[in-house]
Unconditional design. Structure first.
Length: 151
């Protein structure tokens, strides 16, 4: 990845994305590389190839597999978060349907466009109060946004 103009890490080559997804799938992705941007790149990969429920399942299972490989345990305050995962999958699947029709094969450009639009880590907090988003209920299951519904 190369440094971005807007402060977000960016993918320099399509091969960066392909390697990321391969290591995500085979459980060899180092914890230091399992960043917010990597989560979104993987989500875009699956959202571009599978219908929503299948993409969500692939990302959910993969995140949980990577967490196990890194010794990350899901508790009421840490680890896998269902609402955040489902939130981003809904946003990214909508983005794919609306913006990615003629996306091409350049995965780095596709991911970088997604990061420019939806890469802010506080995006879920535009739709959820912090208390609701950080609740055990939201971590273990889907909760609807409270101040601003998803389109």
């Amino acid at each position: 990845m190369t440094a971005p103009a807007a402060g977000l890490p960016r993918f320099g080559h399509s091969e960066d994305v392909v390697r990321l997804v391969k290591r995500f799938e085979d459980g060899t992705l180092p914890k230091a590389e399992w960043t917010h941007q990597a989560h979104l790149a993987v989500a875009l990969w699956y959202a571009s190839r599978l219908p929503f429920e299948a993409a969500l399942a692939a990302v959910r299972e993969g995140i949980q597999r990577v967490n196990v490989a890194h010794g990350v345990v899901t508790t009421p305050t840490g680890g896998y978060h269902e609402t955040i995962t489902r939130f981003y999958m809904r946003v990214i699947c909508h983005y794919v349907a609306e913006q990615e029709v003629a996306a091409g094969r350049d995965w780095s450009a596709r991911v970088n466009r997604l990061l420019e639009r939806y890469g802010a880590k506080d995006l879920p907090l535009r739709h959820y109060t912090k208390d609701l988003l950080m609740s055990a209920e939201a971590r273990f299951g889907w909760v609807e946004p409270d101040p601003l519904p998803l389109a």
